[in-house]
Design a protein around this ligand. Structure first.
Ligand SMILES: NC(=O)c1ccc[n+]([C@@H]2O[C@H](COP(=O)([O-])OP(=O)(O)OC[C@H]3O[C@@H](n4cnc5c(N)ncnc54)[C@H](OP(=O)(O)O)[C@@H]3O)[C@@H](O)[C@H]2O)c1
Length: 291
């Protein structure tokens, strides 16, 4: 009974492939964990579970699949009913889309509203000291770096609220493609904007929930179905473009989930060191200390 009480139950979304699946394996390497592998398609989730269990039969009892589409209220609510009432140690909001031609609305619905939806739904289960890891991207700080000073302040200030983020989203959704620059939003890249908004959301959630450690991170530049088209279009091998393996993309998430992040409401680089919200910091460079 004591052992069961100490087990850390962790929900991770978009975990049927890519960085999410690698993160599941990395979490299960810690034997005090139990993973709820989130997949929007139950069959793809079960297939992913099989690949892990085939390699590590001893993980089988600590790994279950939960159907969850983070873009839909009804799916997230159904996942909440499936999971039951046992407390969660943490959530990894990993599901993400959007390097491509998807509409900004759809990208935001997964990358920004998705983590908020999941957070709000599962908050009652997260114990004090629990962790929320928002898998963001360097595209967020890069987006902010190209914004006007006013937009930079709006996207990064410590008092930022969801209502303010919603207002920025509404403004962007109303703009025509050529009008982002003049409105102070740089090139208006939907993916970068969604991750900048996710980093802002992280600030708010951390401030409003001081008993939790809520942080964001980038996994780094990782070879997955999300990024492979880049390499294909450039005619280079993924490794020659600097892409690393999904396993190498789990370092920051694992640190924020199971280690001691040292703060809440922060954004971390792929080397698991704190990074600024408004400019790129290379892995290995000195950690960001706050402005
Ligand atoms: N790869 C990189 O270099 C890189 C860099 C920076 C940040 N990231 C971030 O890392 C995270 C994982 O990306 P990845 O590279 O591993 O990409 P990936 O291989 O394409 O995996 C994305 C995962 O998200 C899932 N997903 C998409 N829409 C969903 C929805 N509505 N509900 C639930 N799950 C959904 C996908 O499920 P399906 O299989 O059903 O489509 C898949 O499991 C993303 O947040 C991404 O933005 C990646």
């Amino acid at each position: 009974v004591k052992e069961a009480m100490m087990t850390k139950r962790i929900l991770i979304t978009g975990a049927n492939k890519g960085i999410g699946l690698a993160t599941v394996a990395a979490i299960l390497a810690h034997d005090d964990t139990h993973v709820l592998l989130g997949s929007r398609d139950e069959a793809r989730g079960q297939a992913a579970r099989e690949t892990i269990v085939a390699e590590h039969p001893d993980y089988a009892d600590r790994l279950e699949v939960v159907a969850i589409d983070v873009s839909r209220d009804d799916s997230v609510a159904a996942a909440r009913r499936t999971i039951g009432e046992a407390p969660l140690h943490g959530i990894v909001n990993n599901a993400g889309v959007g390097i491509g031609s998807q509409a900004m609305q759809d990208v935001l619905n997964v990358n920004t509203r998705g983590p908020r939806r999941v957070f709000q739904t599962f908050l009652p289960l997260i114990a004090d000291g629990g962790r929320v890891v928002n898998v963001s991207s360097a595209s967020g700080p890069n987006f902010v770096a190209n914004c006007s000073a006013e937009r930079q302040q709006q996207l990064t200030h410590p008092g930022v609220t969801w209502a303010q983020i919603e207002a920025l989203i509404a403004e962007c959704l109303a703009l025509d493609a050529g009008d982002f620059e003049a409105a102070g939003f740089g090139d208006g890249n939907a993916y970068g904007f969604s991750k900048a908004c996710l980093n802002a959301l992280t600030i708010e959630l951390a401030r409003e929930h001081p008993a939790l450690l809520v942080n964001a991170c980038t996994p780094g530049f990782i070879e997955t179905d999300l990024t492979r088209p880049y390499a294909e279009s450039s005619g280079k091998a993924p490794a020659d473009m600097g892409m690393k393996s999904p396993a190498e993309g789990t370092k920051a998430s694992l640190h924020l989930l199971l280690g001691e992040p040292g703060g809440s409401g922060w954004y971390f680089g792929s080397d698991a060191e704190r990074s600024p919200l408004d400019r790129y910091r290379s892995p290995g460079d000195p950690p960001y200390q706050g402005d």
